[in-house]
Design a protein around this ligand. Structure first.
Ligand code: NAD
Length: 492
């Protein structure tokens, strides 16, 4: 590495470390973890110039948002775009104010360019693993949108490619870089709500765009859209603009409400609790309203059991989406412990602390009044002896609000973490592929449970799917075990 570049990186690293110790109110706080996790080597990255030159692969809705968030960081430059719809390639040149921006329908042309350091992969879910692995093999650093993979059995190949490459990779559930999530983690780790026993979240909607029926451009055709490339390894079918522009509604390309929405919450929960994931997952639901040809449910509830670890007690998590909620929509996320709860509201959070007194009390709707007077007297005598007055008072309920700084930019900071680690030659991002897969796999298991009508068993430590007790019992009795759903487990 030329010494001028090394000095530049050292300066940046020192500045970033300083920024990290200062205030969370800064627009971009870049954090270098002092040490990468033990399972990865800490290889040096060399970029041919001072700026990190990146390309966006998939310049649709989120591709535009991601690119803008990336560009809110210093010393990075958008140099190329790949997309499969001609209009979006054209729009990118004006949107990013660069008529000479390199654009292509073929992402491989981007990977072949030696002067591109990093790629943002913002395609539909069925392309994530293919482009990620190809990019890492081509020596690019990768920012890949959530969910990291389309199917559970694709996760390990991505992790292996990342480890082998020595490149930096960040998965894109950017909310964990928000001040609110950082604060929630601090509160949980400080024991502010006691031991967590239950987490709930719902994400209801009642509008067509919210239910993924995005606008289709009137010039959509096999000429303006590279349909064959879009299909990739999904089943072949004739051109269908609805499938291209509303791909979330089809399992061939998307991952339903679980992969699209639950994944953000589970990522946040793993970040806050230091959990590796659930070991039992069950979903149920229905396609209740949006019967427009989609093959994913619009109402779905999933229950996940998290086993006790050295980081937390066992807890249950219940996630729900209802895209047909014509009632009052009150979306909320609550982390509930035995001494309080944390409730997220927009970008802020409310901590409520509530501790039970030691004395259980008696009277009112209780069995006490059913005792004879003599027994009641004896009961009170024993109770008074066991519970002196100081054990009878509950601590007053305390509520604390955390207001995120107005300019808190989670998205920009998530990219900041990525770029800082790229510069440092570190693989220790806040949402590396091991973390990303530990969040993706359980939500993909939610789909497997829904479509196969079964409980899915998962080993969060080894990241492998397990056979459930039903199959073990069936084996013992000689009955054929139910096979895992082909759609959820078979390689595309
Ligand atoms: N992190 C978040 O908050 C967040 C929010 C929305 C979407 N996302 C994720 O971003 C991804 C994209 O979602 P979107 O809403 O932008 O979809 P979109 O349909 O608006 O855009 C996807 C784009 O990818 C392009 N594309 C498809 N296959 C390609 C290929 N092989 N090579 C190059 N380009 C290709 C399409 O032409 C399209 O323009 C999804 O994985 C989604 O889950 C994340």
């Amino acid at each position: 590495m030329p010494s001028s570049r090394r000095k530049f990186i050292q300066r940046l690293t020192a500045a970033s470390a300083l920024a990290a110790t200062q205030s969370i109110a800064k627009p971009i706080v870049q954090v270098i973890r002092p040490q990468a996790p033990a399972y990865i080597p800490n290889l040096k990255s060399v970029s041919p110039n001072d700026k990190i030159r990146f390309a966006t692969i998939g310049m649709g809705i989120q591709g535009n948002y991601d690119t803008r968030a990336a560009l809110r960081n210093p010393d990075v430059e958008l140099v190329a775009v790949a997309d499969l719809y001609q209009g979006r390639l054209q729009t990118a040149k004006t949107a990013f104010n660069n008529p000479d921006l390199f654009t292509t329908r073929d992402f491989r042309e981007i990977l072949a360019k030696p002067d591109i350091d990093a790629v943002l992969i913002v395609t539909p879910d069925h392309w994530h693993d293919h482009i990620t692995i190809a990019a890492l093999k081509a020596g690019k650093h990768v920012y890949c949108e959530k969910p990291m993979v389309h199917h559970i059995n694709e996760g390990k190949a991505v992790i292996d490619a990342w480890k082998k490459s020595g490149k930096t990779m960040q998965v894109g559930s950017q909310r964990i870089s928000s001040a609110a999530f950082q604060e929630a983690k601090r509160m949980v780790q400080a024991g502010d709500i006691g031991a967590i026993n239950y987490i709930e979240s719902n994400n209801d909607r009642f509008n067509a765009i919210g239910a993924w029926n995005y606008s289709i451009p009137p010039d959509a055709s096999p000429q303006t859209v590279d349909w064959d490339r879009f299909i990739g390894d999904a089943p072949k079918r004739p051109f269908d603009a609805k499938r291209f522009f509303r791909w979330r509604n089809y399992r061939d390309y998307g991952t339903g409400v679980a992969g699209d929405l639950f994944v953000h919450l589970i990522t946040g929960v793993h970040f806050v609790t230091n959990s590796l994931g659930p070991n039992r997952i069950f979903s149920s639901g229905n396609l209740a309203y949006w019967k427009d040809g989609r093959d994913v449910p619009d109402v779905m509830t999933s229950i996940m059991d998290y086993p006790k670890t050295d980081q937390h007690e066992a807890f249950q998590m219940v996630l729900r989406v209802n895209f047909a909620n014509a009632g009052k929509i009150q979306n909320v996320t609550r982390i509930i412990g035995n001494e309080g709860q944390i409730e997220f509201s927009e970008d802020n959070l409310i901590l409520t602390r509530k501790k039970l007194p030691m004395a259980p009390g008696y009277g009112n709707y209780d069995s006490y009044f059913t005792f004879t007077p003599e027994v009641q007297q004896e009961f009170v005598r024993q109770y008074d002896a066991q519970y002196p007055p100081e054990t009878r008072k509950a601590d007053p309920v305390k509520e604390m609000r955390f207001e995120a700084p107005k300019d808190d930019d989670a998205h920009g900071k998530h990219f900041g973490d990525f770029f800082t680690n790229v510069r440092a030659g570190s693989q220790g991002t806040i949402e590396d592929p091991v973390f990303g897969f530990r969040a993706a796999a359980p939500v993909l298991a939610c789909n497997e449970s829904y479509f196969s009508n079964k409980v899915v068993y998962w080993d969060p430590v080894t990241m492998t799917q397990k056979t459930g007790p039903e199959a073990t019992a069936a084996k013992k009795s000689g009955a054929p075990a139910k096979k895992p759903a082909a759609s959820a487990t078979a390689k595309k």
